[in-house]
Design a protein around this ligand. Structure first.
Ligand SMILES: *Cc1c(COP(=O)(O)O)cnc(C)c1O
Length: 714
């Protein structure tokens, strides 16, 4: 070996001293960078496999249970210590890189960040401050912003009881549990000033003042700030405002939104940050515009001037394709909530209301958060092509135009942070075939080259490996669930699911428009499909209904009862407590991801994008992202690119289309084998990977946001 080679080898695997490694592991556990790096996760799993699993893969909690003495001793294991050094080098290289995309393409944000406000962030299962797709999108957005090197901060709330944990009663009715998530056990740091004193800001709420502290979460190079009203100096009932994701009634809701929007701006300013762009992810954070207005008016600007200045800094993403889904507050509630704030705002109540009224002349009408966003942003967008056009139609009256094409709402189709959604097996597979070159996640040519080097048999081996891994996870979860319901140990296992059988997954929030039970519209027909002697099918469901959504809970119960019918036992499964961990298991293992929303209510959807890199295929209504992604041979469509005004008729039509495709195309293709391998099926997997992975990711999505919306002169 020449000296040159050995010194570059040494550089590539820099060895850190034991104190450096101790510090490094602590820093690593506190930076969500680990959540998309399998090798980093493996270090914490290695420290304690049981705690890693018991604490829902939470490095902070593992680290709290491992003494410095034990860590030091473990680091004497040269293999472990080499692995720690290897990961730390990657971690520090990532944090310190000055060759990111933004270094050359988005320099105008170097001193002034993009501030992204979202009521929820889904970063990882161990930080449960999300309820569903909106939060997961925000989490994937901030991760990609970090990867791109964009100067970016997130703002949200610290929900110490998170979203609920779901259990089903023996009769299949959803129960909600709210464990407490203490900050000490999470990757959170209290935000303090130079003297170590907590930074506290306050907002006027009704007739009170509510004080807020903030927690910082490091997400790679980006930071997410979580505001927290649980301070002793607050009146008791205000301390609980931030306890739960979308908890309580409309009063709690408006209070949370005041804290998020107004408190968020004040907090950023207290940190000395002057964002170049404020991005409102859905209308929940719209009140941030009021705080910005207040500042400009206080500095002597007229309302008209202030509005223009606020508009020039704000952009808005809408996610809700039905009028009823938008946050609306009554004049009374607005009057009460802003009774104090309005005095410092310097405008009268009617003027305030007019900023959020669809028809400002209607003095009885409610205040709509989306209207405030649209009035006070310079740009707005929906989250898929169809959703963009639905939104333009829905809001055209605000612009006094009969033609939706004149409405300034564009679209950027959602994507996923691919790295966060592949499990360790799929990660190893891609690593092996891509030689650690990550470009294939986003670049079609690189991906084509890599795919050409992978044989059908290798792809099929991956599918088997991932399907089995998922089934074993499901069996274990189900056993716990069944024991609680008084079933005898072993009554189902190992007769639950078969690794040889075509497996269809459906998991998401149980909002009724997503129509989870659609596939059971005709019990006889689906039973024949599932119990076919040569070509059987099995189904796995998971999902939470919002605590106040009885319709969604009824859907869960309906499916739960179906899982108990003799013809479906062990073949149709409902897994409790859907979260990002359950997602990752299901999207890795299923062959087909089913999505049956009532069109056009799925603004984009992202869960189907998660199956692609693991070789799953989409089978979905042509709504949201799938309507523009489906090309005839990268998955399957349910029905046509159209919808009827009559919902019952639409349900019937969609169910019939679903069964037809299953019976005549999808199921036969899976079981048609050529020397043991389903060649046509694998061709579809290749087509899916090639056409979807490079497009439906947050790298593409965030780049589009930067170019089209964040840059002022774009
Ligand atoms: C991806 C994801 C979602 C979004 O699912 P859709 O089908 O796109 O609505 C919701 N919840 C969790 C936990 C997810 O991981």
């Amino acid at each position: 070996m020449s000296t040159v080679t050995s010194s570059s080898l040494l550089e590539a695997s820099r060895v850190y001293s034991v104190p450096e490694q101790l510090l490094g592991l602590k820093q690593l556990s506190k930076n969500l960078w680990w959540s998309w790096n399998g090798e980093a996760q493996a270090l914490f799993a290695e420290l304690s496999p049981r705690l890693w699993s018991k604490f829902n893969h939470n490095p902070s909690e593992v680290m709290m249970n491992v003494s410095e003495q034990e860590l030091t001793a473990r680091l004497a294991d040269t293999a472990f210590s080499a692995q720690v050094s290897h990961v730390l080098k990657k971690f520090y290289d990532y944090l310190g890189s000055n060759t990111t995309w933004a270094h050359t393409h988005a320099t105008e944000f170097a001193d002034h960040p993009v501030a992204y406000f979202s009521a929820e962030f889904g970063l990882h299962e161990s930080l449960p401050i999300y309820s569903g797709g909106l939060g997961v999108l925000a989490g994937d957005h901030i991760k990609a912003a970090s990867d791109l090197g964009l100067n970016f901060v997130g703002i949200s709330l610290y929900y110490r009881e998170g979203y609920f944990q779901q259990r089903l009663s023996p009769d299949g009715w959803q129960q909600e549990l709210y464990p407490l998530y203490k900050p000490d056990f999470l990757p959170l740091d209290l935000v303090t000033d130079a003297d170590g004193k907590p930074i506290v800001v306050s907002v006027d709420l009704a007739h009170s003042i509510v004080h807020l502290q903030g927690w910082a979460v490091k997400v790679g190079r980006a930071t997410l700030y979580l505001l927290d009203a649980n301070l002793e100096q607050n009146e008791h009932h205000y301390r609980d405002i931030t306890s739960r994701v979308y908890g309580g009634d409309s009063t709690t809701r408006i209070n949370q939104e005041v804290i998020l929007g107004i408190g968020g701006v004040k907090f950023l300013h207290a940190l000395g940050l002057r964002p170049k762009v404020y991005h409102m992810n859905e209308g929940h954070s719209a009140f941030l515009t009021l705080e910005l207005l207040r500042e400009h008016i206080a500095s002597g600007k007229s309302l008209t001037e202030a509005k223009e200045l606020v508009k020039s800094r704000c952009v808005f993403t809408t996610h809700t394709p039905v009028p009823a889904g938008h946050d609306r507050f009554s004049p009374d509630l607005m009057d009460y909530t802003f009774s104090h704030f309005i005095k410092s705002l310097g405008i009268d109540f009617d003027t305030l209301m007019s900023l959020g009224r669809e028809n400002p002349a209607d003095k009885l009408s409610h205040f709509t958060m989306t209207v405030l966003c649209l009035n006070l942003s310079r740009a707005a967008n929906g989250v898929s092509e169809l959703h963009g056009s639905v939104s333009r139609e829905m809001w055209k009256h605000l612009y006094g135009t009969a033609s939706p094409s004149d409405v300034p709402i564009g679209y950027i189709t959602n994507g996923i942070h691919t790295r966060s959604w592949i499990n360790d097996k799929a990660d190893a597979f891609w690593r092996r075939h891509a030689d650690d070159n990550e470009a294939f996640f986003t670049d079609a040519n690189t991906l084509a080259h890599i795919l050409a080097g992978i044989s059908d048999a290798e792809l099929w081996a991956l599918r088997y490996q991932l399907r089995r891994e998922m089934i074993e996870f499901v069996r274990q979860r189900l056993e716990e669930q069944n024991l609680r319901h008084g079933w005898e140990m072993g009554i189902l296992y190992p007769h639950t699911l078969s690794p040889d059988v075509l497996t269809i997954g459906f998991a998401r929030r149980f909002a009724t428009y997503k129509r989870a039970p659609l596939i059971f519209s005709d019990i006889e027909r689906i039973s024949k499909i599932i119990n076919h002697s040569e070509r059987p099918v099995q189904l796995v469901f998971a999902g939470k209904a919002h605590p106040r959504d009885n319709g969604g809970k009824k859907f869960i119960q309906e499916i739960f009862h179906i899982t108990r019918m003799p013809q479906f036992l062990g073949k149709v499964i409902f897994l409790e407590n859907y979260d990002m961990n359950v997602t990752r298991h299901l999207i890795s293992g299923v062959d087909v991801w089913l999505n049956t929303p009532m069109r056009p209510l799925e603004a984009s959807g992202t869960s189907g994008q998660k199956v692609v890199a693991s070789g799953g295929l989409n089978f979905s209504i042509l709504d949201g992202w799938w309507r523009e992604a489906y090309n005839g041979s990268n998955g399957w469509a349910i029905g046509k690119d159209e919808h009827l005004p009559d919902q019952d008729a639409q349900n019937k039509l969609d169910a019939a289309a679903l069964y037809d495709t299953l019976e005549h195309d999808l199921v036969p293709m899976f079981y048609e084998r050529n020397k043991g391998i389903p060649t046509n099926w694998i061709a579809r997997i290749r087509n899916s990977m090639q056409t979807l992975m490079p497009v439906y990711n947050t790298h593409r999505m965030v780049t589009e946001y930067i170019e089209k919306y964040y840059k002022t002169n774009a």
